[in-house]
Design a binder for this molecule. Sequence first.
Ligand code: ADP
Ligand code: MG
Ligand code: MG
Length: 211
Amino acid sequence: EESRRAALIVRGCLESMLATISDNERLLGDIDSVAGDGDHGRGMVRGLRAAYEAAQDPSLGAGSTLRAAGASWADNGGGSSGALWGALLQTVGYVLGDETAPSAHVVASALREGAATVCELGGAQVGDKTLLDSLIPFVEMLNLCVAADASLAYAWRCAADAATDAADRTRDLVCRIGRARPLGEKSVGTPDPGAVSLALCARATAEVLEA
Ligand code: ADP
Ligand code: MG
Ligand code: MG
């Protein structure tokens, strides 16, 4: 059944994200320790593990799976990133729903809505040196490619590449929000940990969608 297939893909994406973030746990912690508190790698692994475990109920469709995963990430991840990623997954799941196999257009809108939730909840703007600095370019490229009738896999790959470039460019920014703000100037020369981990997750997901 198509809605089950979508849930399987969602679980595969979370598994791939967990593997990539686990491989980069140390790097993310090191980046966060330059101007933050050094716990970003640990928090992302903890949150993603909880999300992945909550996504195992085979009776749930894709949207409900994402909502359960997001709720568990928010409860267990800790830190600003846990709350924001939890809200992102919950909104994406809410917009996707369980009824039918979601089209690329629905997926792109769901990510756009998810990014709006992150903006609202965190109160950050593009340029403040947060995960929004890779999430917004990701969502824009995804929607642009889907509007041009690209497949979801191809659109997601282009969006993940855009997020990767954008995350790297955050090294030039001064942090204006979150735990790193008091040491904002010190963060110049180092990319934002949340922007880097978001780009890693986007690429991990692209691999699953292309398979
Ligand atoms: P904490 O800062 O609470 O220790 P993490 O280290 O897990 O949490 O995550 C830090 C990342 O969270 C930052 O690098 C940034 O990308 C993101 N972040 C923090 N505050 C905000 C916010 N208000 N809006 C968007 N992203 C934020
Ligand atoms: Mg931190
Ligand atoms: Mg912390």
